[in-house]
Ligand binder design. Structure first.
Ligand SMILES: Nc1nc2c(c(=O)[nH]1)N[C@H]1C(S)=C(S)[C@@H](COP(=O)(O)O)O[C@H]1N2
Ligand SMILES: [Mo]
Length: 353
């Protein structure tokens, strides 16, 4: 690791999986040393002098760029919240396999990079092009059946329309050069989508004329969609609307007959957060929380609620978010989502003393 994981919970050493203790939430921007890390394979060591990004596939004009060329392109700065699709997995019943994330496989950063649209424009996708595969330089063996023989790389695809709309190829995170664990030298930032789409250590961009069905698009990071005539396995995409409580944290002891500032963050991939509500009685009554700061597209919104604490006893606190398109959080969990897209209500149990 190129930064000390002092602020982070080590979920796995190899591959490296680090979680932010969500109770340490302290502002709109997650500092780089507190930002969660999710890796499937060993972190590739890449030197900028050997590194190239190739744009190929169903394009009229395939080409390669090096690190200096990417940095010399017209840049854009965006805020974007990344959340792992498996965030909150530890709370699933029955227990699910996979990294046991609590609340902290999420973070918000300011990213600087080149718009993917600019590279695509130069490569000129052919008329039948439908998707763009983002291919990472990290490789390894996966163990879900049917198991591919030999190593595969981490790669994901996007519809060409999304790739052209707002995807950033980022080389800076919160004003610093991207670190090895976050994808040095270049990573994708796919705003509004679960973070498996934001491929790190980019090496190739492949335009295709048919939907891609790679491992992380089908066997992994997919869910059962029942909106059509028959259930279909669909790759995960948009972030689901969610509010998380940073403080108090589970098991915290809170002073009775006092004022406590309940504090957290809320985000959505489908719209703006318009409302966060808090309940102190297992969801029987709800109180409007105050949304802090300004609404920033594709970034989380911090919120707070000044709580007059009751007399001593146990208390269950829940928070729920609603977005501008009316998406809210389900009370219960559907197994159609496998071990991903966990946004049902997750109450915090505390003691008032
Ligand atoms: N090449 C590559 N890109 C990747 C991954 C990976 O293992 N390899 N993990 C993905 C997943 S599942 C998540 S949640 C985010 C995590 O980004 P971070 O480590 O910068 O927080 O990266 C995504 N991009
Ligand atoms: Mo993830």
């Amino acid at each position: 690791v190129d930064h000390p994981p002092a602020d982070l919970i080590v979920r796995e050493q190899e591959p490296l999986n680090l979680e932010m203790p969500f109770s340490s939430l302290d502002g709109f921007i997650t500092p780089n040393e507190s930002f969660y890390v999710r890796c499937h394979f060993p972190i590739p060591e890449i030197s900028t002098s050997d590194w190239r990004l190739r744009i190929e596939g169903e394009v009229e004009a395939p080409f390669e760029v090096n690190y200096e060329e990417i940095r010399a392109m017209e840049s854009r700065t965006i805020s974007a919240t990344l959340e792992c699709a498996g965030n909150n997995r530890i709370f699933l019943e029955p227990k699910a396999k996979g990294v046991q994330w609590e609340l902290g496989a999420v973070g918000n950063a300011s990213w600087i990079g080149a718009p993917l649209a600019a590279l695509l424009e130069r490569a000129k996708p052919k008329s039948g092009a439908v998707e763009v595969i983002l291919d990472g330089a990290d490789e390894g063996q996966v163990d879900k059946t049917p198991t591919p023989s030999g190593k595969i790389s981490f790669c994901r695809s996007l519809p060409l329309s999304k790739a052209r709309k707002d995807v950033l190829l980022a080389y800076e995170m919160n004003g610093e050069k991207l670190s090895a664990s976050h994808g040095f030298p270049l990573r994708a930032i796919v705003p509004g989508w679960y973070a498996m789409a934001s491929v790190k250590w980019l090496r190739r961009i492949i335009v295709t004329n048919k939907p891609f069905n790679g491992f992380y698009q089908s066997l992994d990071y997919a869910y059962w969609d029942r909106s059509g005539v028959l259930p279909t396995l669909v790759p995960l995409a948009e972030l689901q609307t969610k509010a998380e409580i940073a403080r108090p944290k589970n098991g915290e002891i809170v002073a009775a007959d006092a004022v406590y500032r309940v504090y957290g963050a809320a985000w959505s991939g489908t719209g703006e957060i318009t409302r966060v509500e808090v309940s102190f009685d297992s969801g029987q009554s709800w109180h409007e929380a105050k949304l802090l700061g300004e609404s920033v597209k594709n970034a989380w919104r911090l919120w707070e609620y000044e709580w007059r604490t009751p007399a001593a006893g146990r208390c269950t606190i829940s928070a729920r978010a609603t977005d501008s398109r009316g998406f809210a959080q389900p009370a219960d969990r559907s197994s159609d989502r496998g071990t991903y897209m966990i946004n049902h209500l997750l109450p915090v149990e505390i003691e008032v003393r």
